[in-house]
Design a protein around this ligand. Structure first.
Ligand SMILES: *Cc1c(COP(=O)(O)O)cnc(C)c1O
Length: 468
């Protein structure tokens, strides 16, 4: 083993060159690489007694896995909300591994500054005030988790309890109110010991996924002055609907609540004058979650959490009692996030923000929305499909043009589309109607891709009507 590793060390230039060649080949073929999974994988290789060396490991990887990789970073993968990776972001991601900094504290001054600098650029991109501190975490789930953890601490103090110290025993349930919460809000409540059942789903506006603010007011009123958490949704996954955050913020004049905003991808509305009013008011929130591996187009896994309550955040996440970690403070990330050691996750974002600037991200957002609008128009003009809701930004929710599609029909259509391999979209249900959602969030997608996607959808539907 020792020999293999030493040989690899001497061979590093050649090994990285080979790795780079594979990477370039994959990226250059990405727009024609099948977007869906290949169904059969060879058996996994086992642990070799003496090792194969890095060159051979690359060969095994090439044979076993490269053909089976999805083209999810490509231009026609429209499942979930899946970003790609800009060239600059990929450079940053590679170098994150090369420099291998532990971006946990300020002992790597460069790492610490790269993170604060990336956060500061993101604040500017999003038009958020400096009152927001920010940290990189692994995804919007963790970002929402951190926001809710700070909210829990805030709530405990209102009841005279430091929850981080004393725990939840003896306290009444903490009510969390939200109109169309993402599944990860429930998961976070479970992880935080707050209980999934204490999320009260508030009525949404008719035919909308945005919360009915009057109903929210009444729900808060029913709590009789008990403090609570409100989760506002800025970009619901199905229809990209936005809560009216300004109206929710106005409720703070009369009621005592902590406001967290889940803006996982909808936060990017702030990049474009066409959409920025959708998030207006979010600058008044207590905490905000924004994903980076979605619309910022950095590789997985990356998100940012913004908070105005660094002190409360440190109460929750501080590392105490480890002599080697020093005194708790409000600057080191290991006192502010769930992780202790962490990679320099900020570097891909830093590269991409420096490389493309404000205009670059405005263009990515607007192009994705234009592509969604184009697909929406095709759907509206067709006899085969109809929209389930208006195309508000980058997601097209649609279904078959018939009174009620069945989930089986939806699954059969997605199968056909999958076999064809040109595009990937996911199933959904909206207003009790099964259908599809096509989400555009990749910088590579062009109007020509929309033509290919549309043709693939028409082919799949006609094969379904007239099976081969
Ligand atoms: C994607 C998403 C999440 C979860 O984000 P992950 O990055 O997958 O953890 C939460 N909320 C919304 C609105 C999302 O779109």
């Amino acid at each position: 083993m020792q020999n293999l590793i030493l040989n690899d060390k001497d061979d590093i230039a050649d090994l990285l060159q080979r790795t780079r060649d594979e990477a370039v080949q994959f990226l250059e073929g990405l727009s024609t690489h099948p977007v869906n999974h290949r169904r059969q994988l060879p058996a996994p290789v086992g642990l070799s007694p003496s090792g194969l060396g890095a060159r051979q490991a690359l060969e095994v990887f090439k044979e076993t896995y490269i053909p089976a990789m999805t083209g999810s970073a490509g231009p026609r993968y429209l499942g979930f909300v899946t970003g790609g990776s800009t060239p600059a972001a990929l450079m940053g991601d590679w170098l994150t591994g090369v420099f291998d900094q532990n971006a946990a504290d300020t002992s790597s001054a460069a790492a610490a500054q790269i993170e604060t600098s990336a956060i500061s650029m993101l604040r500017e991109l999003f038009g958020l005030p400096e009152a927001f501190d920010g940290r990189f975490v692994t995804g919007a789930t963790m970002s929402n988790f951190v926001g809710l953890a700070i909210g829990r601490q805030w709530w405990g103090h209102r009841l005279g309890v430091n929850v981080a110290q004393q725990g939840l025993a003896g306290l009444p349930p903490l009510t969390v109110l939200s109109g169309s919460p993402h599944a990860c809000i429930y998961k976070s409540l479970s992880m935080l010991g707050l209980g999934r059942q204490n999320l009260q789903q508030v009525t949404t506006l008719p035919n909308r996924e945005a919360v009915d603010v009057d109903a929210l007011r009444q729900a808060i009123q029913r709590l009789n002055d008990q403090p609570c958490i409100v989760v506002a949704n800025a970009g619901v996954v199905n229809t990209v609907d936005f809560d009216e955050i300004t109206a929710i913020v106005a409720l703070k004049r009369d009621f005592n609540f902590y406001l967290h905003v889940d803006a996982a991808f909808g936060g990017f509305a702030a990049c474009s004058p066409r959409y920025q009013q959708l998030v207006s008011g979010w600058e008044q929130a207590d905490s905000i979650a924004v994903d980076a591996h979605k619309w910022l187009n950095v590789p997985y896994d990356s998100a940012v959490q913004f908070s105005r309550h660094t002190e409360l955040q440190a109460e929750v996440f501080q590392n105490v009692g480890a002599a080697y970690l020093g005194e708790p403070n409000t600057t080191d990330s290991f006192h502010l996030t769930p992780e202790n050691s962490r990679r320099l996750r900020a570097l891909p974002a830093w590269f991409s923000l420096v490389a493309y600037g404000k205009d670059g991200f405005r263009e990515i957002v607007e192009t994705c929305c234009d592509c969604a609008a184009q697909l929406g128009k095709r759907i509206e003009a067709s006899t085969e499909f109809r929209l389930l809701a208006p195309v508000r930004m980058n997601v097209v929710p649609f279904t078959f043009n018939q009174p009620s599609a069945s989930s089986a029909q939806v699954a059969a259509f997605l199968n056909r589309l999958g076999e064809n391999g040109k595009t990937f979209i996911t199933a959904t249900t909206y207003n009790k109607t099964p259908g599809f959602r096509a989400a555009f969030s990749n910088w590579r997608t062009t109007r020509e891709d929309v033509d290919i996607i549309w043709q693939a959808a028409l082919d799949a539907v006609s094969e379904q009507i007239r099976p081969r």
